[in-house]
Design a protein around this ligand. Sequence first.
Ligand SMILES: [Zn+2]
Ligand SMILES: [Zn+2]
Length: 378
Amino acid sequence: MSSSIKQPNAITCKAAVAWGAGEAMVMQEVEVSPPHPQEIRIKVVTTSLCRSDLSALDSHAIFPRIFGHEASGIVESIGKGVTEFQEGDHVLTVFTGECKTCRQCMSGKSNMCQVLGLERRGVMHSDQGTRFSINGKPVYHYCAVSSFSEYTVVHTGCAVKVSSAAPLEKICLLSCGLAAGLGAAWNVADISKGSTVVIFGLGTVGLSVAQGARIRGASQIIGVDTNPEKCDKAKDFGITEFINPNDCNEPIQQVIKRITDGGADYSFECIGDTGMITTALQSCCDGWGLTVTLGVPKVKPEVTAHYGLFLSGRTLKGSLFGGWKPKSDLPSLVDMYMNKEIQIDEFITHNLPFEEINKAFELMREGKCLRCVIHMPK
Ligand SMILES: [Zn+2]
Ligand SMILES: [Zn+2]
C-alpha cells in the first residue's frame, strides 16, 4: 500500500539565515528536504519572536542557522510511518517534544522527554542531520524547529495538532513563552486563591505568570521591572502593584517583605539573571515560600544562595516550558483561548511581514515589544 503513496520532493523557499553572532539575518533561498520517517514538513503561517532566539543569535557558534521556535503552520507533507498527522492539519511547533514512551513521558510527573528534549546542536533528533541546505551545504536548525523559513521539517513529537477553528496568528504564542508562564503559575507553583505573588521581569513570560496568578485568584500580584514603560501594560495582565527597583531607597526584597507581611507566598524569576534568584528567595516568606525560576541566564549559570533561606522552609523550583507535556496539554490551552478564558491577543504588540524579520529583532533588543508576530507570505 505504501508504494502507491507519492513521495514528496525537496522544496526551495525563502528563509532568514543567520550567518554570524549578532549579525542581521539574510533572507535567501534554501532547500528543504522531504520529511524523513516520523517527521512532517510544515508550511509556516506565523512565527513569533522569543527572547531565546535573540540570545542564541547573539551567542551561539553554530552557523549558518535558521532560528525560530514559536510557530504555527499547516502540514504540507508527511514522512513514512506518520499516522497522527495528514496534509492540511493545523499545528503548533514545540521546542521540547513528547515521545510518549520514555521514562519521563510515562511518569505523569514531568515533561522532560528523554528522546525529543531541547536540541542544542542544530540538528534533528533522529539522525543528527539537517533538513535545510544551500548549494548542498547544510544549514543548521534551532531547537529542531527552525520556523524562520517558509517551510520547515519537524519530528512528529515536536508538533501538536490543534483545532482548525483557532486563529494560527494568535495561538502561535502558546508554542513557547505564553504557555511557559501559565504553566509556571499553574503546574509548577500551583498558586492558590488569595495568595501573594511577586514576579521579577515583566516580559511576555512574566506577564503570562501574572495572568495565571490572576486566574487562580491571587490577592496581590507584584511586578518588578526596571523599565518604567512596563507599568501600564502590566496592569492589563493582573499586576496589582508595580515596583521599579531604581525608585526604591532600600533593597527590593525589603520592600516586598514589608508590603506582603513578611514575604510573598510565591516569587518568579523571569529575567534570566541567576543573581536575582537570591533576591527572589529573600522576597518569599519563611515556612512555605516558593521561588520558581523561568529565565534562561545569558551569563553566570551557577546559582548561589545562603543555606539559611532553605533551612527556614523556602523551596527553589525550576522547569522547562512550564511543566506542560506539549502534545498532551497544549490543545486544552488552545480551547481555553477559544473560550476566552485566557488572553493572547493583548501580548501581540507588533505584526510584521517575514521580509522585515530583522526589525523584529531590533524591537526586542530595544525592549520595545512583548510579542512581535511575523507573517509568512500567503
Ligand atoms: Zn521561546
Ligand atoms: Zn519522551
